[in-house]
Design a binder for this molecule. Structure first.
Ligand code: GLU
Length: 388
């Protein structure tokens, strides 16, 4: 048989989704497993959003829509960008896609040429690297300092082939938030060198300090022209299954992504789009409730992790992940995760999937009871087996 696509054969399946699938399968088999795998809020989608979907079905809003999204949703997104990020975008700058992941894939395909370089601070979300490769570009891995992105380190990674910098703040998997002074330096660097910034803002609402999320696009007209904002409703409104994400960029890039999408998926699901209009325009109190709960869980899980032998964990400022260092156990992150799942029935994601083998990732978007149970098991596991 002739070989399948080289480009697709070289990608590895998403580790986050693979571990989530394994965890759900174990649950189905009746196993008493605790999952810290996929980053998926444990809250239900708010009722007003569900009602908007029912209403859309009843009204027959179940047919093709404009490829890049209905005007009502684009207007709701533009209003959100103004209200929360102090940015002016219009309908033609916005493309609605089937989740943030799809929006990011559109950006990679529409922006990158073979051989272009994209600077990717490590650790990075598992999907970025593969999407860059699918677009036949090169991911240039760039170190961070104590899990913080630094402009100086990004600058050192720039070459004449650098096309874009990937930023994700708050960050998946570390939860770290880029310091404002660093963000300003990165903005200046990118604008001066005419490098695009792909700004994945999906965790913007989950920052636990008093700081407000600052979109790099809001730091001046120069950088705004080079920024592609990527966002999604999945985390903010606990709508992971609905698959609604979007980009805000220039109308030229938006038009390219719209053309691409017209041959890929067509529009995102019409019903989910109407639900998204309600999510963005309706009451926002569910977001605050989730944030409060995540904030409490964050403190609890970090405290418990730091009490365990051979584990050290920084207090993340945002998102809903912790990224403890387990290198003192002498195990690779993959070995650690395999053993933790097999011997203690606790599912976590190896840092190796995010380009960092010294750490593991735990999502604390699950109940405090689950966290306590999982931490008890992990502590026992480490006391019994975790010595170097
Ligand atoms: N983004 C979430 C995570 O990192 C969901 C799973 C995925 O799409 O990777 O766990």
């Amino acid at each position: 048989m002739k070989p399948f696509s080289q480009r697709v054969r070289q990608i590895t399946p998403s580790a986050t989704l693979a571990i989530d699938a394994q965890y759900k399968q174990m649950l189905k088999e009746g196993k008493d497993v605790v999952g810290f795998g996929a980053g998926e809020p444990d809250f239900d989608t708010p009722d007003n959003i569900k009602q908007a979907a029912f209403a859309a079905i009843k009204k027959g809003q179940t047919k093709y829509t404009a490829v890049s999204g209905i005007n009502e949703l684009k207007d709701a997104i533009a209003t959100k960008l103004k209200r929360e990020n102090h940015l002016d975008y219009s309908r033609e700058d916005i493309v609605v896609s089937c989740g943030g992941k799809h929006a990011l894939m559109n950006v990679c395909y529409a922006l990158l040429n073979p051989g272009d370089e994209v600077i990717l601070p490590v650790p990075y979300w598992v999907t970025y690297e593969e999407q860059i490769h699918l677009a036949e570009a090169k991911a240039v891995l760039c170190p961070t300092e104590k899990l913080q992105i630094k402009a100086r380190l990004i600058e050192e990674a720039i070459t004449p082939k650098t096309k874009a910098i990937m930023l994700n703040s708050p960050c998946n998997p570390t939860g770290s938030v880029i310091e404002h002074a660093e963000l300003k330096k990165i903005a200046k660097l990118a604008a001066d060198k005419e490098i695009f910034v792909i700004s994945d803002d999906v965790y913007e609402h989950f920052i636990y300090s008093d700081e407000e999320h600052v979109s790099i696009a809001s730091l001046g007209e120069d950088i705004r022209r080079y920024t592609i904002i990527v966002n999604s409703l999945s985390k903010t409104y606990s709508m992971t299954g609905w698959r609604v994400g979007y980009t805000a960029s220039t109308k030229e890039l938006a038009s390219l992504m719209g053309n691409l999408q017209s041959h890929q998926t067509s529009n995102p699901t019409s019903i989910a789009q109407w639900a998204a209009v309600e999510a963005l325009n309706g009451p926002q109190d569910s977001v605050q409730l989730m944030k409060k709960a995540f904030g409490e869980r964050r403190k609890f899980i970090v405290k418990r992790l730091n009490e365990m032998p051979n584990v050290s964990c920084l207090m993340p400022a945002g998102a809903f992940y912790v990224f403890p260092d387990i290198s003192q156990t002498g195990m690779t992150s993959m070995r650690f995760c395999e053993r933790l799942l097999k011997e203690a029935n606790v599912a976590v994601v190896p840092g190796a999937a995010f380009g960092d083998d010294k750490h593991i990732r735990l999502s604390y978007a699950c109940s405090l009871e689950n966290i306590a149970k999982g931490m008890d098991r992990m502590e026992t596991f480490l006391k019994q087996h975790g010595q170097p």
